[in-house]
Design a protein around this ligand. Structure first.
Ligand SMILES: NC(=O)c1ccc[n+]([C@@H]2O[C@H](COP(=O)([O-])OP(=O)(O)OC[C@H]3O[C@@H](n4cnc5c(N)ncnc54)[C@H](OP(=O)(O)O)[C@@H]3O)[C@@H](O)[C@H]2O)c1
Length: 245
């Protein structure tokens, strides 16, 4: 079975930027599948969007769990026959700013951070690529961060020069490398893949100190998820501006 309606999967969509991205995609008439590692939280989030008139459902997707990934791919294949939009949004940060140096960051924290922010994105994307290829215009959005910019980290005086949070930053740089490599491989197809920096957004991760509201924090993801045929691929963006890698 294949549906005419566009279908989007957003990981880590039970709260924060992922939830708001699902809402804004849903408001555009797109069927949104909310990935959540805690299905009950995902179902509560989907029910809230349903009450707002959005076609939303939840799936259990712990992005570091190979069985969950395979189950979600099988479910989307069975129920929709294709996937139009994949937003790799689920992400973690275990370090406070200035808490650790490269030498004091534990290997455990490095590995745990990379497991979710990098390896899981590669695994989820790999599993869903066959379904994205069945879409007329597949869109992949890797939710990165400006903190993944190697150039800005190496440039004294840049806005993030002092924000050295090693494991998180390095994991987002690696994620950006995935965007570039995948976009290269998908050149000549109708699939576009880009990295998004949402901004510093009020969420559990961003904290209340963040200047941006959720509604604006989802805009970059939504824009990249709904790019037209002339839109970019293999880029790194924040609210329409290109960021340096
Ligand atoms: N907020 C900011 O200022 C900011 C800035 C730049 C980039 N970002 C990026 O934006 C994305 C969303 O962040 P946020 O601010 O919305 O954070 P958040 O409120 O902490 O939400 C993170 C989401 O990711 C989910 N998640 C974490 N590990 C997961 C796993 N193994 N499997 C499935 N889901 C998992 C969480 O699920 P649980 O509820 O189960 O924990 C939650 O739904 C992240 O990739 C983050 O790095 C955020």
């Amino acid at each position: 079975m294949s549906t005419e309606k566009k279908v989007a999967l957003i990981s880590g969509a039970n709260k924060g930027i992922g939830f708001e991205t699902a809402r804004q995609l849903g408001q555009k008439g797109i069927t949104v599948i909310l990935g959540a590692r805690d299905l009950a939280k995902g179902e509560a989030a989907a029910a809230q969007l349903g009450q707002e008139g959005i076609d939303a459902r939840a799936v259990k997707l712990d992005v570091v769990d190979a069985t969950d990934i395979a189950n979600v791919a099988a479910l989307i294949e069975k129920d929709y026959g294709k996937l139009d939009i994949l937003v790799n949004n689920a992400g973690v940060s275990f370090e406070g700013l200035g808490a650790n140096t490269t030498l004091t960051t534990s290997e455990e924290v490095l590995r745990k951070t990379f497991d979710t922010n990098f390896f899981a994105v590669v695994a989820v994307t790999k599993a869903l690529l066959p379904l994205l290829k069945k879409s007329e215009a597949g869109r992949i959005v890797n939710v990165s961060s400006i903190l993944g910019s190697l150039l800005l980290h190496a440039t004294e005086g840049s806005p993030i020069y002092e924000a050295k949070v090693f494991a998180y930053n390095a994991s987002k740089s690696a994620l950006n490398a995935f965007t570039i490599h995948l976009a290269h491989e998908l050149k000549g197809t109708s699939i576009k893949v880009n990295s998004a920096h949402p901004g510093w957004v009020k969420t559990d991760m961003g904290t209340d100190a963040a200047p941006m509201e959720l509604v604006d924090g989802a805009k970059t993801e939504v824009e990249l998820a709904t790019l037209g045929p002339d839109g970019p691929s293999g880029g790194y963006f924040h609210l329409g501006d290109t960021l340096p890698w």
